[in-house]
Design a protein. Structure first.
Length: 170
């Protein structure tokens, strides 16, 4: 995977899926419209300030709550290139990976980074550089299988590619 570079949007602990994408908006199905509401429940300014490539940095339990994929979909639609948190809600973590959104665990990053700091992230190694402060951090490495899913842009594109190149198993 290529290096990711973007500004940090920093949040605390227990950001739940309804804060990432509020439940009353679940009737919206257009991906572009979904992205217009990212992080609305916790930070109404986020969507006005977020640019493609920016990253979310958070404390523990990011994405806790429901099992809906909408939270990961809305972050991708808003242009978020990665989420780096001290820990994740388990279902959100898997949904994000399956939808091609890099999510990495780095326990201390959220206490050292400020909103607007420029970050460089290597998803393959987990190395993070805060270009604003010149500090270096190490996220937990992702498995080769997860990196393969992310390289394909999600599990469905990966499976389509496998079926196209290798055909169905007999």
């Amino acid at each position: 995977m290529t290096l990711l570079r973007g500004r940090a949007f920093v949040y605390g602990a227990n950001i739940d899926t309804d804060q990432i994408y509020p439940a009353p908006l679940l009737t919206i199905t257009d991906a572009d419209k979904v992205g217009e509401h990212a992080m609305e429940g916790v930070d109404p300014a986020f969507i006005k300030e977020c640019r493609p490539g920016d990253m979310i940095v958070a404390g523990t339990n990011f994405g806790c709550g429901s099992s809906r994929e909408h939270a990961a979909v809305t972050l991708r639609a808003a242009g978020v290139s990665a989420v780096i948190a001290a820990s994740f809600g388990r279902i959100f973590f898997r949904n994000a990976i399956n939808l091609g959104l890099p999510v990495l665990i780095c326990r201390e990053l959220h206490t050292h980074v400020s909103r607007g700091d420029w970050l460089t992230l290597d998803p393959a190694t987990g190395q993070i550089v805060d270009e604003t402060t010149r500090q270096h951090f190490q996220a937990e490495p992702l498995s080769g299988y997860v990196l393969d899913i992310l390289r394909h842009g999600g599990i469905k594109p990966m499976m389509r590619e496998l079926m196209r190149t290798k055909g169905p198993r007999s």
